[in-house]
Write a protein that binds this ligand. Structure first.
Ligand code: ATP
Ligand code: TPS
Ligand code: MG
Length: 328
């Protein structure tokens, strides 16, 4: 690294606070967050570690986007509007100032797109892998948010976007599978590297009272829906044929689609919103899907019982050995 930590902060990080005066251009020890009496602040954090969450060969721009966007996805799952974030980077010896320049340039673009600002952070060195930790702040109407524990018996289970693209993108990057369809390959790898937080969907679900129960799919669809099942003391019944798969996913896995659906249901890194609603809200969900131009698919329901079942067309349970990512 040819710059000191103070040079990095001044050259690359301070400009990211330019639309947030209470960060004082990173010249103080900390920043302020002014409170709005009508809103509650939502806070979440996610840490990304090289080799665990991304590859050292991923472009700096994509590592930046992924670090911020996985946090924005958590805010969306709470129904929150993004506001700002703090950023801690543990640099190892392979990181150059050119890398930091590309990383912060990409953050600037996302800040604009998602209307959130850098508030502060921390800069350290590490003998270990590059590690990026972001704490993100957002806001909701005072005291109101989407929960994991409020599912009701008879609720429909819905999911945004398509599921499983990232898991296939990861397998392509790891060369565990191959395809000669280069357009599909690029699409799937982009889905792995560049999550699309469903910010407007989360806000609309909460503010229009369409749903009170949601989370974002990060570990794996079945593992994550099970948080809602467990938290709500109910059983989630997911119909395997209803899980939305992209054309690229289907094309690349066309010879092994049965295993492919299991990969989609458990692979993780989707960053789509999974939510439940009363069946009477079906039309509102369909209207919202059209308004936001995001596919939203009904994939199952909550019933009396325990746990999460993946069901085939004949309502028989499909056995699953691993429902999602586990760090240990
Ligand atoms: N080390 C920790 N200390 C305090 N709270 C934690 C810690 N780890 C997780 N949590 C809290 O536990 C809850 C669940 O966190 P978890 O990381 O499993 O969910 P998530 O962030 O939605 O998933 P993912 O990390 O896969 O995106 C959150 O409320 C989170 O703030
Ligand atoms: C290089 C590489 N190998 C494997 C994966 C898969 N992966 C890692 S963590 C995680 C769950 C979400 O993380 P967390 O629970 O920490 O938020 C998933 C699906 C990846 N993203 N990158
Ligand atoms: Mg987390």
């Amino acid at each position: 690294m040819d710059k000191t930590e103070f040079d990095l902060i001044k050259s690359y990080f301070a400009p990211l606070t330019s639309n947030y005066p209470e960060a004082y251009s990173l010249t103080n020890d900390a920043a302020l967050i002014s409170e709005d009496p009508d809103r509650s602040t939502v806070v979440t954090m996610d840490t990304l570690v090289e080799g665990i969450h991304f590859f050292s060969t991923d472009p700096a721009e994509d590592i930046a986007r992924k670090s911020l966007r996985v946090n924005l996805s958590d805010l969306a799952a709470m129904g929150a509007k993004p506001k700002g974030y703090t950023l801690s980077i543990s640099y190892n010896a392979s990181i150059t100032s050119e890398w930091v320049k590309a990383f912060t340039k990409s953050l600037a673009v996302d800040q604009e797109a998602f209307e959130c600002h850098l508030l502060g952070g921390d800069t350290v060195s590490t003998p270990g892998p590059l590690t990026i930790a972001i704490t993100c702040f957002g806001s909701v109407p005072r005291g109101k948010c989407l929960h994991r524990t409020t599912g009701q018996e008879g609720d429909d289970v819905w999911v945004s976007g398509t599921i499983g693209d990232s898991a296939v993108g990861l397998k392509l990057l790891k060369k565990e599978i191959k395809t000669d369809n280069s357009r599909a390959e690029t699409f799937l790898i982009d889905r792995f590297r560049i999550p699309q937080p469903r910010t407007l969907l989360g806000i609309a679900l909460l503010e229009r009272d369409i749903s009170q129960t949601a989370l974002d799919v990060s570990d794996g669809l079945l593992a994550d829906v099970n948080h809602i099942a467990e938290g709500s003391n109910l059983q989630a019944r997911i119909i395997s044929s209803r899980i939305p798969l992209s054309k690229s996913f289907q094309n690349v896995l066309k010879n092994t689609l049965d295993q492919g659906i299991q990969l989609a249901a458990t692979g993780g890194d989707d960053y789509e919103i999974l939510f439940t609603t009363k069946p009477k809200n079906k039309e509102k969900v369909i209207e919202l899907s059209e308004e936001l131009n995001i596919p939203i698919t009904r994939i199952g329901a909550l019933t009396q019982g325990k746990g999460t079942l993946l069901l085939d067309k004949n309502n028989n349970e499909i056995p699953i050995t691993r429902s999602g990512w586990k760090h240990f």
